[in-house]
Design a protein around this ligand. Structure first.
Ligand code: NAP
Ligand code: FE
Length: 363
């Protein structure tokens, strides 16, 4: 038996906000827009959103200080500022960071008695404000997932989700917003999408339908990631990457991510390596480990990407960070106990995990 549930209405294509403006009406009359400091002003997305809202008489308030890898503290700050704002819905505009922050804020504005820690127990809330997600990176797929990844007070990344409420109601995907992503951001976000597609494809929770999306996503990324790295202005290739990251988001909405994500988290929060690269640093071994259990699937991945480690190297992946013994021990034990291992194929022993961290260690 398998199920499929992905309740987000997706608008995809050039000028989709302008063309789909009416859709905002179903969300309410007053919006809180969450975005990062700069990029949404530079790529035209913020103007498109505010123009659309104003045109149909929706009031909006802007918070434009969402940082990369949003923390519990950021969520608390936003809440204290906007708790009494009487918002009907929340818009997350930008990369995964603003979209994930929007999910947390949508729940907490509707449930003022809850603290950010309470987000991790979905049985504590049964309502949330509706969410609109507008990605400006082609990476996380957060616009079509129920997940939000926040960094806790101890510095660890932790994902929460609600099976229904944290899915965006509406997503607008316009690849023009991704045209001015730097090479480094194009690489790291594209690799994140690839990890979602491959991890989801090889996950023990994969379904017939998620596999269709995963295969298409892997093919699109294999072809288009090298292209957008060579020619950042190739709008068609950018569109294909945005489609691939959205499909990969739909995959993990069914399967969740696996051990590569769990292994990568400390490299991001403690060593500043961007999420996609931190995760992709372990992807070749996720594929290798799956080969005993699902050889056909591994064969498919290799037929598209070639040798996985070589493909990653060819797009410029190279992660090396200083790691001390204490970190090695702590991160290994965290990963060993990560829930992600339940869905990950193969045998990720403590020795293997330690070896994987040794492999990215700068000697
Ligand atoms: P991000 O953290 O949202 O943004 C990274 C940087 O990219 C920021 O400096 C941002 O600048 C810039 N940026 C965004 N769009 C841009 C554009 N169009 N042009 C130029 N610069 C742009 O990046 P992300 O990789 O999309 O998201 C990573 C976060 O998502 C992590 O916290 C990760 O854990 C999480 N994640 C969530 C899921 C999920 O399912 N929910 C899945 C994977 C990862 P500004 O600040 O100026 O906007
Ligand atoms: Fe990810």
């Amino acid at each position: 038996m398998w199920q499929y549930f992905m309740p987000t209405k997706v608008y995809f294509g050039e000028k989709c906000i302008e063309r789909g403006t009416e859709a905002f009406k179903s969300l309410g009359k007053r919006a809180l827009i969450l975005t990062g400091r700069r990029s949404s002003k530079e790529n035209g997305s913020l103007d498109d959103v505010t123009r659309a809202l104003s045109q149909i008489g929706i009031e909006w308030v802007l918070f434009d200080d969402v940082e990369e890898n949003p923390t519990f503290a950021l969520v608390r700050n936003i809440l204290s500022e906007y708790q009494d704002g009487s918002f009907d819905f929340v818009i997350g505009l930008g990369g995964g960071s603003p979209m994930d922050t929007a999910k947390a804020i949508a729940v907490l504005l509707k449930n003022p008695a809850l603290k950010v820690e309470d987000l991790y127990d979905a049985s504590r809330y049964s309502e949330a404000l509706p969410i609109c997600a507008i990605p400006t990176t082609a990476g996380t797929g957060s616009e079509v997932t129920q997940y939000s990844v926040l960094t806790d007070d101890a510095g660890f990344k932790r994902g929460f989700s609600h099976p229904v409420l944290t899915f965006p109601k509406i997503a607008f995907l316009d690849a023009r917003y991704t045209l001015n992503l730097s090479e480094a951001l194009t690489r790291s976000t594209g690799l994140d999408a690839l990890c979602h597609a491959v991890e989801g494809f090889l996950s023990r929770r994969a379904t017939v339908l998620s596999d269709l999306y995963a295969k298409e996503s892997i093919k699109l990324i294999a072809e288009n990631l090298p292209r957008v790295l060579r020619n950042p202005n190739d709008l068609h290739a950018r569109e294909n990457m945005l489609l691939a990251s959205c499909l990969a988001g739909m995959v993990i909405s069914q399967t969740s991510t696996t051990i590569a994500h769990a292994l990568g988290y400390p490299l991001t929060t403690f060593k500043g390596i961007r999420h996609g690269e931190a995760t992709a640093a372990f992807l070749d071994v996720v594929v290798e480990q799956a080969s005993i259990e699902v050889p056909d699937k591994v064969e498919f991945v290799r037929s598209v990407l070639g040798d996985v480690a070589k493909f990653l190297e060819s797009v410029g992946l190279n992660v090396k960070v200083p790691i001390n013994d204490e970190e090695l021990m702590l991160w290994t034990s965290k990963a060993k106990n990560a829930p992600h291992l339940q869905w990950t194929r193969g045998n990720f022993t403590e020795e293997l995990i330690r070896y994987l961290y040794e492999r990215v260690k700068l000697h």
